[in-house]
Design a binder for this molecule. Structure first.
Ligand code: AMP
Ligand code: GLY
Length: 425
């Protein structure tokens, strides 16, 4: 039995908590800081996922064997190295990459150069700083529109601007690199070609040599139906993705997954964790939009329910470098998740709205995202509040069930998109 501490507090972590806590290999189970949903599966600890000293204390006190960082921040900030370099923590498995490995997500300039070194297909790009501002402006002016401006570092999902005109592009570029809209994250900027296609998310678990593929998914990022309005953390997700057939996945494997893992090894970068390939299919040819060093949200809310293997066993095999011994089973059933959010999100929104109707839900999984327990009940505590996930024979049947149950949950200002999975219905 392994004692596990999961870091994070979103819908992704609630889905991971559900999965990990049901493993026969899971001993005591803790989540830091967690939410109202995760407290159904383990014990929430009031520790921020960036508080390494607090996490260290909790790991020692609760005799943790496995630390599972849900979000990217602790990984990019080097939690793997922090554990590795501390004699009292070294025995603990950190299920994620080293700080160097997390650069795949932590620095867009790093990931673009990495892809160039290993011939991995991605959008053409150039990198600029304050000192090369004028060259950046000239580059924008001679490029085709739309064009994509990306802050190099983490920017809470807000560091990407798709500009339709060069005026818009220069404005975004200036705001990042000169005005430091995202602080140091924008000190360096990647300006890249806009790719027109359909996106999907592919997840691999790697031990640095071998890998296994988890179910693929597609998320829906815009707030409005018909993929309109501002970007959010994700309004829903589906799995499987119809166009990711065997022929397409073969291209993804040969051109992207294998060269990525081989490239990490060739560069002596320790990476035992999830690689999230944010891909786009342009006329059937896959390219990388971005790498992430952790699971996706809300993709996890459909990927994890479709993974039939024991996740703790996968983590142990990953740690031992024995993922080649594992055969991953994906459920033949489809899964669809609908994200219920607070009115006003992704802008300002109210918190603390009393939630009701949980007892009416039948045949769906409820993965809490922004909720907290209060006075014996549950209240909203974030922009994204609750993911309603269902299985079905196909995407349509799965989503129909999620919508039926989303209608039962009530709170003031509830909103969700009614068209998740629209391309596949
Ligand atoms: P990222 O933060 O890198 O995930 O980018 C956010 C979103 O911007 C992606 O999920 C895509 O929808 C979009 N995006 C990023 N780069 C490109 C690109 N080169 N071409 C088209 N869309 C892009
Ligand atoms: N759903 C996209 C992400 O987790 O980054």
């Amino acid at each position: 039995m392994k004692n596990i501490l999961l870091l994070g507090s979103g819908g992704r972590e609630c889905a991971l908590a559900w999965k990990l806590s049901h493993s026969p290999l899971c001993g005591s189970f803790y989540i830091a800081p967690g939410n109202s949903g995760t407290s159904e599966y383990g014990i929430n600890l009031p520790i921020s996922y960036n508080d390494f000293e607090g996490i260290k204390k909790a790991c020692i006190e609760h005799k943790i064997d496995i630390l599972f960082p849900g979000p990217e921040d602790p990984l990019v900030n080097g939690i793997w190295d922090f554990f590795r370099n501390d004699p009292s923590l070294r025995h603990i498995i950190v299920a994620g990459p080293s700080k160097d490995g997390a650069q795949l997500e932590g620095s867009k300039a790093f990931s673009k150069k990495f892809m160039a070194r290993h011939n991995i297909p991605t959008a053409a790009y150039k990198e600029f700083t304050k000192d090369s501002f004028e060259q950046g402006v000239a580059y924008i002016k001679r490029s085709e529109m739309p064009i994509v401006i990306k802050a190099d570092g983490l920017a809470a999902g807000k560091g990407v601007v798709i500009a339709q005109t060069s005026i818009e592009a220069v404005k975004a570029f200036r705001a990042m690199v000169m005005d430091r809209q995202f602080g140091e994250s924008g000190a360096r900027v990647v300006i890249e070609q806009f790719l027109d296609g359909i996106e999907l998310s592919v997840f691999a678990l790697t031990d640095g040599t071998n890998y296994v593929l988890l179910p693929e998914a597609k998320d829906y990022k815009r707030i409005g139906e018909g993929d309109k309005g501002p970007n959010t953390g994700g309004m829903g997700a589906i799995s499987p993705v119809a166009f990711a057939d065997a022929a397409f996945m073969e291209k993804v494997t040969e051109r992207i997954i294998k060269p990525t893992i081989k490239g990490l090894r060739a560069e002596n970068i320790t990476y035992k964790g999830v690689i999230f390939f944010g891909l786009i299919s342009v006329k059937g040819e896959p390219l990388v939009i971005e790498y992430n060093c952790r699971f996706g949200d809300p993709e996890t809310e459909v990927v994890i329910p479709r993974l039939e293997n024991d996740l703790v066993e996968l983590i142990l095999k990953m740690h031992e470098g024995k993922l080649d011994e594992v055969t991953v089973q994906h459920s033949h059933k489809a899964a669809g998740a609908v994200m219920m959010v607070s009115e006003g999100y992704p802008g300002d929104y109210a918190k603390g709205k009393v939630m009701t109707g949980f007892e009416k839900v039948r045949n769906s999984l409820l993965f809490h995202a922004g909720t907290v327990s209060k006075d014996g009940g549950i209240v909203t505590n974030g922009g994204r509040v609750l993911a309603v996930t269902s299985y079905g024979e196909n995407i349509k049947a799965a989503l129909a069930k999620s919508y039926e149950n989303a209608a039962h949950i009530d709170y003031e200002g509830k909103y969700y998109r009614k068209d998740i999975g629209w391309e596949f219905l």
